[in-house]
Design a protein around this ligand. Structure first.
Ligand code: ZN
Ligand code: CA
Length: 382
């Protein structure tokens, strides 16, 4: 009997750990219908000719944590923003892995993502909202994380900000998103499990390169799965070949279904992070259209460029002048410093021995974050 129980336990463990819900957006949609919270009627997709305009999307990241592991580092958050900026601007290094067959289909979305630089009261802010919660794990695709009353945190001005909730999700769910018009504003945004948010090279997960974020934000801007409804071409794009079912892992090229070669390297399939590399031109057009129509408030003001001076979260290290023009002085010795811009890009990684006058004249003007001894300082370059 005990032997049998052990086998059952082993089997159930094996099954639950093997089943990964790469994305629960479709399940979440059904769940919304069950709860009577689904507003959606399939929106007519209008194609905008791509204009090569770059739009900036202000992002607030809510980190809900019950323990230290869930309270992921600032660097992880910056790495997610950077991954988005690469993937949505065709500057991801693995774009060269797109097979010749599909290279002419690659589309540039032209969105930049930045961390909002002020909170709802107009105070200086890093874009990272850390909130302790009594909830140790949130149910797969419910909305508890979106309400302070349920142990989550209320959305911030969802018309003007892209809200991303990072928390522990049950059921091996990596993440889910709302599509434009799906839900009332307080539910609108993207939810991603903390283990799959940003780049984590110390993880051996196949989902450790931030592509869950790239995929979910694709939904947020009105993209369907390329395989949705089997061979039906439901996603509205001729340049994403029909696919009979999602692709997992990292298959050799080519794979075929529905009488065509599968675009398994599309961000809206389910392949491993290291094996997805592209959106198509049609997908880029749908996203630009979604932004300029359903989500146009996101671009109505640029909450990332507001210049607020005299702001340092922690004053144990002096950085001056702030704002600076060319030379920034940092009162430290024998310390390593890291510097990021609001797009998540690491612009400086330097060990300071004695000379603590940094010539940063090469940087464009704007807001920057400097990490010194695990503390974060905000500095402005004129
Ligand atoms: Zn999805
Ligand atoms: Ca298609």
């Amino acid at each position: 009997m005990r032997f049998l129980l052990n086998i059952l336990f082993f089997l159930s463990y094996f099954i639950s750990s093997a089943q990964i819900n790469r994305c629960s957006t479709d399940e979440y949609r059904n769940n919304l219908k069950d709860r009577g919270l689904y507003n959606y009627h399939k929106q007519e997709i209008v194609y905008n000719k791509l204009l090569n305009v770059n739009y900036t999307i202000p992002v607030v990241v809510h980190v809900l944590y019950n323990n230290n592991n869930q309270n992921i580092s600032d660097e992880r958050i910056f790495s997610q923003i950077q991954t988005l900026n690469e993937d949505y601007n065709m500057s991801n290094l693995d774009l060269i892995n797109v097979p010749l067959e599909f290279q002419s289909n690659i589309g540039n979305v032209g969105f930049s993502f930045c961390l909002v630089q002020q909170d709802l009261q107009g105070n200086p802010f890093t874009g990272i909202n850390r909130v302790y919660t009594e909830v140790d794990i949130f149910q797969g695709f419910t909305d508890d994380m979106k309400f302070s009353s349920q142990g989550g945190v209320d959305a911030w001005d969802p018309l003007n900000y892209l809200n991303i909730w990072v928390c522990d999700l049950s059921g091996n769910t990596l993440g889910f998103a709302t599509m434009p018009g799906d839900v009332d504003p307080e539910l609108d945004g993207v939810v991603i499990d903390y283990e799959y948010f940003g780049v984590d090279l110390s993880s051996d997960s196949p989902y450790n390169l931030g592509r869950t974020g790239t995929h979910e934000i694709g939904h947020y801007f009105n993209l369907e799965h390329t395989f949705y409804a089997g061979c039906s071409d439901w996603d509205g794009c001729d340049d994403t070949p029909s696919l009979s079912s999602p692709t997992y892992g990292c298959p050799a090229f080519p794979q075929e279904s529905c009488q065509s070669i599968n675009m398994t390297m599309n961000y809206m399939d389910y392949t491993n992070d290291a094996c997805m590399h592209m959106f198509t031109i049609c997908q880029a057009e749908i996203m630009v259209n979604a932004l300029s129509t359903y989500r146009s408030d996101l671009i109505s003001d640029n909450d990332c460029s507001i210049k607020l001076i005299d702001y340092v979260e922690d004053k144990s290290v002096n950085l001056y002048p702030n704002p600076f023009s060319d030379i920034l002085t940092i009162d430290i010795q024998n310390e390593n410093i890291l510097m990021y811009d609001i797009y998540g890009r690491n612009v400086l990684n330097q060990y300071i021995e004695n000379d603590n006058n940094l010539n940063l004249s090469y940087l464009p003007s704007g807001n920057y974050f400097i990490f010194i001894k695990n503390k974060i300082y905000k500095i402005i370059k004129n």
